[in-house]
Design a protein. Structure first.
Length: 227
């Protein structure tokens, strides 16, 4: 009962909540099957999707397509943290893509960091979803990532600024599917209690509606252009 009352309070607060300004352009890359450049605030990521494509016999699976995810940092060679980003994106895509429809083929998702002013991984995840939608690859669901942090006072901040992230006690991001708002993947760092984790997840779940609404708006505008 206490949790219900708490979430009722959170939902009331979130009615006036706004995401950082989001801008997106689909079909940004002409030589990809699908692409999207997405900015969330000042953080920008570019994603391209190619496939399903023929792959070498040694890489083929008779049951599903082979998914490859590549992350390119803005400068220098990929680091351990960049490999972690690839892993999160791969897990998210594997849950979403109906890979059994494309046996013996390969799908490649390439993500390029353009600007990072906080929340890069969640921006990358959202740009990947938009690029997959643009590519026409069949999916079980679309997905959206929302970022939050726990400040030094223990308060949960949705869509924190870069300076708030730097000073945060913990940073948590959650990816939800649009159909059931189920948790697809989550990625966290820092120290937090179980109750804080649950509260942060529910706030982000509620806020994900705004990301999905943005997707619908972008896809609707794109459909009108090509129609």
């Amino acid at each position: 009962m206490l949790l219900h009352n708490k979430m009722g309070t959170d939902e009331a607060k979130l009615k006036d909540f706004k995401l950082k300004p989001m801008k997106c352009e689909l079909n940004f890359l002409s030589k990809s099957d699908g692409s999207a450049i997405l900015s969330q605030g000042s953080t920008v990521a570019l994603t391209s999707v190619n496939g399903p494509l023929e792959v070498k016999m040694s890489s083929q699976s008779i049951e599903k397509s082979t998914l490859e995810v590549l992350f390119s940092p803005k400068g220098g060679k990929p680091s351990v943290k960049d490999r972690y980003k690839e892993n999160v994106i791969r897990q998210t895509c594997e849950e979403a893509i109906l890979s059994s429809l494309y046996p013996r083929t390969g799908i490649t998702v390439t993500v390029q960091e353009l600007e990072d002013y906080g929340g890069l991984l969640s921006t990358c995840v959202n740009s990947v979803c938009l690029a997959l939608i643009n590519s026409g690859v069949a999916m079980r669901h679309v997905f959206a990532a929302v970022l939050c942090c726990v400040d030094e006072h223990g308060d949960i901040l949705l869509e924190p600024e870069a300076d708030q992230l730097d000073a945060a006690r913990a940073v948590l991001s959650f990816v939800f599917d649009e159909r059931d708002k189920s948790l697809v993947t989550g990625f966290t760092e820092g120290n937090f209690s179980e109750d804080t984790y649950k509260e942060a997840m529910e706030r982000c779940r509620f806020a994900s509606d705004l990301v999905f609404a943005f997707y619908r708006d972008i896809v609707s505008k794109y459909s009108k252009v090509i129609g």
